[in-house]
Structure formats: structure tokens, C-alpha cells
Design a protein around this ligand. Sequence first.
Ligand code: GUN
Ligand code: FE
Length: 450
Amino acid sequence: MLRSNESRAEKVFRGTFVHSTQNEAVQILEDTVLGVDKEGKISFLGRADEVKQLSQTWEFQLSDIRQLKQGEFFMPGMVDTHIHAPQYSYAGTALDLPLLQWLNKYTFPVEKQYRNAKFAEDTYTKVVKRTLKNGTTTACYFATIHTDTSLLLGEIADRFGQRALVGKVCMDRNEAVIDYKESTKESVEETKRFIYELLKRKYPQVKPIITPRFAPSCSEELLHSLGQIAKSNDLHIQSHISENREEVALVKNMFPACSSYTDVYREYNLLTSKTVMAHGCHLTDKELEMFKTSGAAISHCPNSNISLCSGMLDVRRVLKHNVKLGLGTDVAGGYSPSMLDAIRRALDTSKALKIQNPGYETVSYKEFFRLSTLGGSQALSLDDTIGNFEVGKDFDAVLISPSVPDSPFDVFESDTTENILEKFLNLGDDRNIVEVYVAGNRVVPFEKSA
Ligand code: GUN
Ligand code: FE
């Protein structure tokens, strides 16, 4: 059968592919051939013994196949469902206070500096490069209240080829740092300008996301307007929810007419199937049901939850409620920009819950592998496009080599691919991530000029 030029395979890889499906947290495809079309979509996935047939159907030469080296494998790119780009400048420091005090003392004074484009360009370039090198092919970013430098974050993600949702932060309430907030009108108008300008630029992988910082930073009027803007433009929404107990009590006080924290966002049309809420450590069963019913997702940020002593999300309980769930680094509440760290801290949290309650059913490394890839794509409602190696999805992938010269772990003859995956998730780092692809484009290693 002859194919149109559109479906020709432009790139073909042969080797081991590891990914997740709805039924299998880890599916290992050994000696497999995968083709990518010129749009960056996976055109076929087949067994190597079918390669001749595949080459005729998809019009490629056998000599054009890129054969992976022994031990190497591709896995889907990781999806960071919650990260604050401006906070990267102090990641790894300032972890000695609980959330509300931490925001006032460290976060707001830093974020207000992002009015300055030079400062923003430097941090935003560093955070995009650092996360890409660590295998984050999709990042869901909070920027700051400044529209122009929030647009700059979108431009930089596009420049380096990272897939991103970018949010201009909205906050018209802030008693601690009075020069880091907007008027209600300004916040609404600037959000509209941000969306208009970002969409106008037509970056193929960068989209805007409506971003009320969290309920305590927003007036009811602002929340209402943001819900309207999201609804009339069918936009993604992100915020924070039930991160620590003091914050939950504050929200109860500030929004006495609402029955719960979740009810505040529901009331203002901010709890939709395109919503992702960070943390959710202290949600009740009833609130989790509201998430399930609305199709809203939770971003589990374990490093941050531990670092700021916020709480421990019971992932098993969230999964039992069938709520969409992804992992997030939450830089800089979380000190590491790496999704491998998010997987490790998520495993630690699950085990800490078992120490507290020996009957607890821990979540396995395989399930966290799925949450870091396919789960993240579902949490961001991008699972039609990314998350695993299903034909028709974009090829967002990382090439892992366990045997780079400076590898932080060793491989033994007895190791299976499954063992090597587990070692990489527990012990590996960016040295093992030798190439990164977004929509079929190789984005790591960086171009020499970058
Ligand atoms: N809640 C409101 N803003 C923030 C933030 O910047 N980081 C975290 N971890 N929680 C928040
Ligand atoms: Fe956060």
C-alpha cells in the first residue's frame, strides 16, 4: 500500500521501549521498531521481525534505522504537573518555615523582582534547560503576576523546545508584601492580555493556563472572573489546594459560605476537567468525590510536602477515588527540579504512611513511573497527545543509557530491563538521560549556541 507523504516515517528507532498503559504500569517492549512522522507523531510501533514489511508501508530505508545500543532504552518524557519557574533561583534553600510564613518571607519578595526582564530571562532560561536535561518534556509552570515576563517564559520554553502550560499568576490579596499584588481589574485585564498575546504567537507546544495563585490570594470577584475567562476560552486552570492545615483553616475563615476548600473553586467554575490542583494533602472523601465528578486532577508534590512539613498525600486513597493524578516538583517548596526526585520522594511518602499504619498498601515504583508520565498527561488533559508510545501521539521521549562512563549506578549481568529501569528511577540522574525528544524534535543535547 502506498502512503501519502504525510505519514512517511521520518525517524525510525529500533531497540527497547518502556512505557505505561492503562492496564500495565510498566510495559517493556524489547526489540521494537518505532517510527516518527514529519509532524513528530508516532506513526507505527512494530516488532523487529516485521521491519521489512514496515519499511515498505512507511517508506523508509533499513539503513536509516537508528539502532539503540545494548542496555539503552526509550521511556516517555516526564510530565512535571506543578512547578514555579521564578522560584528556581532559590531552589535548595529557604526550607525552614511552614507554607504561609515561607510565602511571606521568601517567595513574594523574590517573585516581585520578575518585573525585571533581564532577571526573568536568566532564571527562566536556567529552569527550562535544567528541567529538560532532567527529562521533563512537559512542564506546567506558574510564572509571576507580571504579564510581559510570563510571556517571556513561554518564549523561552518554545526556544528550547519544551512543551509547557504557562500561567500568569493572579493575586489581588496580599497583606504581607504590599507591592506584590494587583488590583482586581488589573489582574483580570492582564490575564486576558496574557492569553491573547501567548495564543497570537502560535508556539506549537506552549499554551496558557488560568492561574489564581490560591484562594487566600484572590477576592471572590477575581475568582469569579477567572472562572468566566477559563470557561469562555476553554482553558486549562491551575492552583493550590489543601496543602497545609493552617491554610485550610484560613480558607474556611475567608470563605464561610463555602462548605469546603474544594467548594470554593467549584463555586467559581474553577473545578473543571481541565483543572490541576497542587497538593491536596488534607482533602476529605467528599472533596475527592468532587474532584472525581468534575474531572479535576491533583498534582502530588511530595518533596514540597515534606520540605515545608505540609502533609503527606495518601496516593492510594486518591487512586481509589479514581481522581486523575500526576507528580510535580513544586520548585522551590520542593527543592529539586528533577522528576526522578519527585518519584523517589513519592515512594518515601508512601512508605512513611505504611510505617504509621502497617496495614497500608504502598504505591509501587511502577505506579509512580506511570504517574510521572501517563498520569501527568492525564492530569493536564494532554493524554490524547502525550504520555506513552501509542501510535498517533507525539513522540515525547527520553533516551536512557545505564552505562554512560560516569553513570551513578552499575549494571550487572543478571540485571533485566525491569531491574535497570528500577535502578535508574532510584539511582539515576541526568547523566543517564542522553537524549530528549519533544514532538519528534531532539531538544537535548542542546544546540552548541544555546
Ligand atoms: N500556595 C500558594 N502559593 C504557593 C507557592 O508558591 N508554593 C506552594 N508550595 N504553595 C503555594
Ligand atoms: Fe506550588
